[in-house]
Write a protein that binds this ligand. Structure first.
Ligand code: HAM
Length: 443
């Protein structure tokens, strides 16, 4: 039997899983600070949710979806992204009628795209994202961007570039598409096969083509800014002025059209550069959209949101050394000395866990040297040495594995002893913001 994972999928085990979880938790915490609530959505949707929602001209729908007929002959698709599915859920649950607007929801989980696997690009990957639906305001757009940047800053990122552009309203885009169609029709014979189809479905997609010769041709294409309606232009500059007020740096990238069909008005991406200066591409992409809720039979409500790629962020954090403090640590490794001590060691280990400290013990008597090696491999802070004779006296040896300090403790006062050495660390991690923390004095 083949033991390789399916091409483009990967296993995240132990510390690797902890890294992904840390990123998700920072974004989750930030979304909750901004008033977003979680939405857990099905991975499978009827294919039309994405075919029509994400958009027929997108590469995702044209080439990358995991679509199949289920046993009832229904065409279903494993979500390539969350936004279209969330809009479907908002309509299915009539949330727009029962909840205050804007609806502010976040999500996290796997998404699937049949892409060419490469560094940080997988066929199954994890996204975290937010959507604020039902408020057509520049402030809502700015809020989404601020949330993303604040979360990236919390993760420790320093070399990020926020790219923004506007795609205008439906009217601006229609005029722009006509202009692009006219421009590219004359040059299409020299362009790639994909661009031929893009010209037919949505010429704006051509601006996203990765083929160098096509990019060269696209440099001479008409610019969206010349086709913007007055309303779209002022909306874009309103969002930018809010970003200016918050001291957020951005670059306007007129080629940023985003690969999904639902966007209108502002679109944005957060790009990262690695320490050695290589552009790592987009870690986060999003923008404003309209018409999606309506497509599913709901009212005409606009929205704004973004999604991050968890693996891409993890890969870059790795390169930047931003995971250095993330350790897979164990508080106490309980070492039974001799067969007779095994049962008590298990009971003490359980007691330590009940006190809220992580603990492990082997279920076999082993040599002290072996036990210390295991404790080191397990990255334990303390060893609790439980010998038969000491147990009879109700004591054990607590050894600090970093300093090698060792002291005899009474098992009856295990809680106080562990609080004294492990509880203390909690205080160091207090985030009250005070130079000298006084939280505990107030309690
Ligand atoms: P997207 O740009 O297609 O947007 O994906 C968002 C992020 O997911 C990307 O910036 C990238 O970091 C990550 N990503 C995409 N494909 C892969 C892959 N194959 N492997 C690893 N990471 C990947 C969306 O999905 C929109 N739904 C975002 C949005 C939300 N717009 C409005 N609301």
């Amino acid at each position: 039997m083949n033991s390789q994972p399916v091409k483009g999928t990967h296993d995240l085990i132990g510390l690797e899983a902890a890294k992904a979880r840390m990123i998700e938790e920072v974004f989750r915490g930030m979304a909750e600070l901004y008033g977003f609530k979680e939405a857990r959505l099905p991975i499978l949707e009827y294919t039309e949710v994405f075919a029509r929602g994400t958009g027929e001209s997108s590469d995702i729908v044209r080439k990358e979806m995991y679509t199949f007929l289920d046993k009832g002959e229904r065409s279903v698709t494993m979500r390539p992204e969350f936004t279209a599915g969330l809009m479907r859920a908002i309509v299915s649950n009539k949330l727009y009628a029962t909840e205050d607007l804007p609806l502010k929801l976040y999500y996290v989980g796997p998404a699937f795209r049949y892409e060419r696997p490469q560094l940080g690009r997988y066929r199954q990957f994890n996204q975290f994202g937010i959507e604020a639906v039902g408020l057509d305001k520049a402030e809502a757009d700015a809020e989404a961007i601020l949330l993303a940047l604040q979360a990236f800053a919390m993760l420790g990122f320093e070399r990020l570039r926020l790219k923004v552009n506007t795609l205008g309203d439906a009217e601006s885009r229609a005029a722009y598409r006509d202009a692009l169609r006219a421009f590219f029709s004359e040059r299409i014979d020299d362009m790639c096969a994909d661009c031929h189809e893009r010209l037919r479905l949505n010429p704006m997609r051509i601006l996203d083509c990765k083929v160098e010769a096509d990019q060269e041709i696209a440099k001479g294409a008409p610019r969206i800014k010349d086709y913007l309606s007055a309303a779209s232009e002022s909306r874009f500059y309103k969002t930018l002025s809010i970003l200016n007020d918050f001291g957020v740096e951005y670059e306007i990238d007129e080629n940023l059209v985003r690969g999904l069909d639902y966007y209108s008005e502002i679109v944005f991406e957060v790009h990262a550069t690695s320490k050695d200066g290589t552009d790592y591409g987009a870690l986060c992409g999003g923008g404003h959209y309209s018409g999606l809720i309506e497509q599913f039979g709901g009212p005409d409500l606009p929205g704004v949101g973004f999604a991050i790629g968890v693996e891409r962020i993890a890969a870059l954090m790795e390169k930047e050394g931003l995971f250095d403090e993330l350790e897979d640590r164990l508080d106490v490794y309980v070492m039974p000395i001799g067969e007779e001590a095994l049962e008590d060691a298990f009971a003490i280990t359980t007691q330590i866990r009940c006190l809220g400290y992580s603990a492990e013990t082997p279920f076999a008597a082993q040599k002290l040297g072996t036990l210390f090696k295991k404790a080191t491999r397990r990255n334990a802070r303390f060893a609790l040495i439980v010998g038969e004779e000491e147990l009879a006296k109700g004591v054990a040896q607590l050894k600090n594995l970093a300093t090698a300090e060792q002291k005899e403790i009474k098992l009856a006062s295990l809680e106080e002893e562990l609080d004294a050495v492990l509880g203390e660390e909690e205080e160091h991690h207090c985030h009250c913001g005070e130079g000298e923390c006084h939280c505990h004095e107030e309690e």
